[in-house]
Design a protein around this ligand. Structure first.
Ligand SMILES: [Zn+2]
Length: 265
């Protein structure tokens, strides 16, 4: 993929990687602790899964002003309530009110300036956090852009149309470092957003071709577009294919045109 990985994190950022590696979580969930120089209170982004040792290790870096979550998947938010308990009832901020209080758009606290950007697509509640500390700017992307590989965009909780718009939004932040929910940090979020926009558009073109060749279900699309897919992630590819078919269907309905074959879907 495009763009350089980041050599070393800024001093105000600490990464704790949760011990939950897997095909969907890469090396594990990245829990980020942000503390501006000289400040007592830090902010946590994505406490991760309900893993006592990981949460206890994170709590040692308190006190915290907020626990913030990028989206409602359990590998990011499941440990939020327990971490709050372990850290003097730190408030949890989450776009989905099932997990915490929806955050303000702009938060200024403890030497950090945090913009909350709506970036639906991976899930409809996905947000990115643009954080400024001194002269540094960092984008915390959750699963909207991973440090490695392609994220899942799956119905019913995600959607490709919103996802493409979210990637467009992130292309507007050149030279802002990217700190994702899984995998390594990168030097420039706009470079990755541009790369994934192109990648998604190429895939869409391949799916359109597959539909023209007679693939009318997600399973058949995966057979044609991803013939060498690993069995462990095949279900994710089928979810993605369903989202692509859905996107093409809506796009053609809205534009009043229909690509060959799409009217059969
Ligand atoms: Zn996720």
């Amino acid at each position: 993929m495009g763009g350089a990985t980041l050599n070393g994190l800024p001093a105000w950022v600490t990464l704790l990687r949760a011990p939950n590696p897997g095909p969907m979580t890469l090396d594990g969930t990245n829990t980020w602790v942000l503390r501006a120089p000289g400040e007592e209170y830090a902010v946590v982004i994505d406490p991760g899964p309900l893993h006592e040792e990981h949460l206890a290790r994170t709590a040692e870096l308190g006190p915290f002003r907020y626990i913030m979550v990028t989206h409602r998947h359990h590998d990011h938010v499941e440990g939020a309530a327990r971490l709050s308990e372990l850290s003097d009832k730190t408030p949890v901020l989450a776009a989905d009110p099932a997990y915490g209080t929806p955050p303000e758009r702009k938060i200024t606290t403890d030497g950090l300036r945090i913009d909350v950007l709506d970036t639906p697509g991976h899930t409809m509640d996905s947000v990115c956090f643009l954080v400024e500390c001194g002269n540094d700017r960092a984008m915390f992307t959750g699963d909207t852009i991973l440090g490695r590989g392609t994220t899942v965009v799956a119905a019913p909780d995600g959607g490709l149309g919103p996802y493409l718009a979210s990637l467009e939004l992130l292309t507007a932040y050149p030279q802002v470092m990217m700190l994702p929910g899984h995998g390594p940090a990168h030097a420039d979020v706009a470079v990755l957003a541009t790369y994934y926009l192109e990648h998604r558009r190429e895939r869409l073109a391949q799916v359109e071709a597959a539909v023209r060749a007679g693939a009318d279900t997600p399973e058949k699309v995966v057979d044609l577009v991803y013939p060498d897919i690993e069995p462990a992630v095949r279900f994710a590819a089928e979810f993605s294919a369903a989202a692509q078919l859905d996107y093409l269907r809506h796009r053609d309905r809205e534009s009043g045109t229909s690509a060959d074959g799409l009217d059969r879907l």
